[in-house]
Design a protein around this ligand. Structure first.
Ligand SMILES: Nc1nc2c(ncn2[C@@H]2O[C@H](COP(=O)(O)OP(=O)(O)OP(=O)(O)O)[C@@H](O)[C@H]2O)c(=O)[nH]1
Length: 607
């Protein structure tokens, strides 16, 4: 477009990339964010607000200062104004940073404890990053815990690394490879230590750090800033027009009612602006009553900071928005500024469609999904689709009676999908009772990966149990011979000694002669005087045969008998359960089929 080209050539200014920190619990996300925030605050850059709502900014000047000792390694001049870090770690919030088909986050840091390696939430984080197509680097944290490591606080990794004895360096390399790089390969990413990466578009950069001592933080920020401005320039071009953002969280603002914490990724948001956002009951059109931001440079911790009103904020920014009706919005919904009532209506319709597309209602078989926010719902639905697990119903909110009713309806089609997957939401008591009554299982977790894992495990167990049950009922192939001289009783019931030539016999199995004639069923099996439940190839046992059988008339010493397998069972053996047969059972089955086909040429013909 001509307009766009002009904007580019006139060099529209770049905004800060929005960065999120993800990783397994206890691997150091909070410590890392505190360290980064601390770095920004102690640098005391005048005139720059470094604290936002739910986010902190590290200005470019701070990154450049930190990267001084690395000039040779990372030669660059920053043209982005800094980095905006989303403060609250954890993928619950990350999932809320949704933007149609992607994420508001421009970049991510995946924190992995170099000593502990990949853990469930590490995999989960990677899944979500893949899903939302967010580029990332890896911080291999806690290098100070490597045996023998001598910490050099707040120095670049490279500097501290060179000061370590060789055996310590080697141990770091080993852990870096085994616990991080090799694991990334396993999930489909080429990766390497950042200073060995030749092509950052193909290889994930891994930066060894200690969030505790500050080692490697310089490289982490420098690599992040360098990559973002090199590869994301188009995305970062800042439009000075109406704001676009996403609702991260809704929260109570004492004295002002509900407010929304919003991340603005484009444009300007002003007090009095007409804004449009989405709720579960429909779109919300309202006006900004107040914009709140933390007072600049006082304390590090956001929670303790006082907020003060501002007139406007520019992307990228984290801001608390106070507006009538904002409590009707839902976390993860987009928020746009409209320049006219007409435009507001159009945007409202767009948002309504977007949100409806995420909420699923079908008549078909499938699981019922409830999640706490639009973002987590989207991530969960996407993960289920990827695993080909059908969904009948998906929505935001606590598990209610209606969800159980949906699951019950699903049960009529396929009982294995008649479950409720509840992500980070409450189960209302009446729903709990209803679920119990209808034996609907509710899975709950606040880790998507774990929730799916729990369900899949249960699903596999159910399928396996069903299979076992069906298998149990099938008559297996068996071939026996009446041992001459071992007729204990000639009739009512006949009791004879047999040797099992192949396969297996069990009580209840019908028997037939070699000419296909049915001659009663096995009643009891005794092995050296003890009743047993089966006799396999190679065993010699005594059996009683129920039915009108007379030894000497219907059967005789030396006769060979087979289990009389119903055609339906034979078909199951040839198809679904072939692998369940032993080799000798397979041979016997062939013989049985041959006998059967003499009477019925199409017996057990499978396509
Ligand atoms: N030795 C050492 N300890 C660290 C480092 N980073 C974090 N820790 C410690 O590891 C523990 C967990 O760190 P957090 O920052 O709370 O981890 P987190 O990933 O934010 O954990 P959650 O918020 O619970 O998900 C704390 O006791 C930290 O002090 C590090 O680089 N070195």
């Amino acid at each position: 477009m001509a307009g766009e080209a002009r904007e580019q050539s006139t060099g529209k200014r770049l905004r800060q990339p929005i960065v999120v920190v993800l990783g397994h619990v206890d691997h150091g996300k909070t410590t890392l964010l505190d360290r980064i925030r601390g770095t920004a605050v102690t640098a005391k850059e005048p005139g720059l607000i470094t604290q936002h709502v739910g986010a902190s900014v590290v200005p470019a000047s701070v990154i450049e200062k930190l990267a001084e000792p690395l000039k040779k390694l990372i030669p660059f001049k920053l043209i982005i104004p800094g980095l905006l870090f989303i403060d609250t770690p954890g993928h619950e919030l990350f999932t809320n940073l949704r933007r149609r088909g992607g994420s508001v986050a421009d970049f991510a840091i995946l924190v992995v404890d170099i000593n502990e390696g990949f853990q469930p939430q590490t995999y989960e984080s990677i899944e979500i990053l893949k899903q939302r197509r967010v580029p990332f680097i890896v911080a291999a944290n806690k290098i100070d815990k490597i045996p023998g490591w001598k910490s050099n606080p707040n120095t670049p990794f490279i500097v501290s690394y060179r000061k370590q004895p060789q055996w310590v360096q080697e141990e770091l390399e080993r852990r870096l490879w085994d616990n991080v790089i090799a694991k990334l390969y396993e999930v489909g990413f080429q990766a390497d230590r950042f200073d060995r990466v030749k092509d950052f578009t193909r290889t994930v950069a891994v930066i060894p750090i200690s969030a505790k001592t500050g080692e490697g933080i310089a490289e982490l920020l420098a690599v992040l800033a360098g990559l973002a401005q090199r590869y994301l320039q188009n995305r970062l071009r800042f439009a000075e027009g109406p704001a676009k953002g996403v609702i991260l969280e809704l929260r109570e603002q004492p004295g002002l009612g509900t407010a929304a914490d919003v991340i603005i990724y484009d444009g300007v948001l002003k007090r009095g602006d007409l804004i449009v956002t989405g709720g579960l009951e429909g779109p919300v059109i309202t006006r900004v009553r107040a914009l709140l931001m933390p007072k600049p440079l006082q304390e590090i911790r956001v929670a303790k900071r006082e907020l003060e009103p501002v007139d406007e904020v520019y992307a990228a920014a984290g801001v608390r928005v106070v507006a009538p009706d904002i409590e009707k919005a839902v976390a993860g919904a987009p928020i746009y500024v409209a320049t006219s009532e007409e435009e507001a209506k159009q945007l409202a319709e767009k948002i309504r469609r977007e949100i409806e597309a995420l909420r699923i209602k079908t008549e078909a078989e499938g699981v019922v999904v409830k999640a706490d926010t639009l973002g987590s719902l989207e991530a969960l639905v996407e993960a289920l689709r990827r695993k080909n697990i059908p969904i009948r119903y998906a929505d935001v909110g606590p598990v209610a009676k209606r969800d159980v009713i949906e699951a019950v309806a699903s049960k009529e089609i396929n009982k294995f999908y008649a479950v409720i997957l509840a992500f980070n939401v409450k189960v209302l008591p009446e729903a709990e009772a209803e679920a119990e009554r209808h034996e609907i299982k509710i899975f709950r977790h606040n880790v998507i990966y774990q929730l799916l894992e729990d369900f899949e495990k249960w699903y596999r167990e159910q399928i396996e149990a069903e299979r076992r049950k069906e298998l149990e009922q099938l008559i297996r192939p068996g071939k026996i011979r009446i041992i001459p001289g071992y007729v204990f009783r000639r009739s009512n019931p006949a009791i004879v000694g047999v040797e099992v030539l192949g396969g297996v016999i069990k009580p209840g199995y019908p028997l037939m002669r070699e000419d296909g004639k049915r001659i009663g069923t096995v009643h009891q099996i005794q092995d050296r005087g003890k009743t047993v439940q089966e006799a396999r190839a190679g065993m010699a046992v005594a059996i009683s045969i129920r039915g009108h059988v007379l030894v000497g008339r219907h059967i005789d010493e030396g006769d060979v008998l087979y289990t009389d397998i119903p055609e339906k069972h034979a078909i199951m053996w040839l198809t679904k359960y072939k692998s369940e047969l032993t080799d000798d059972e397979k041979v016997v089955l062939k013989e049985i089929i041959k006998i059967k086909r003499k009477q019925n040429p199409t017996y057990a013909i499978t396509l």
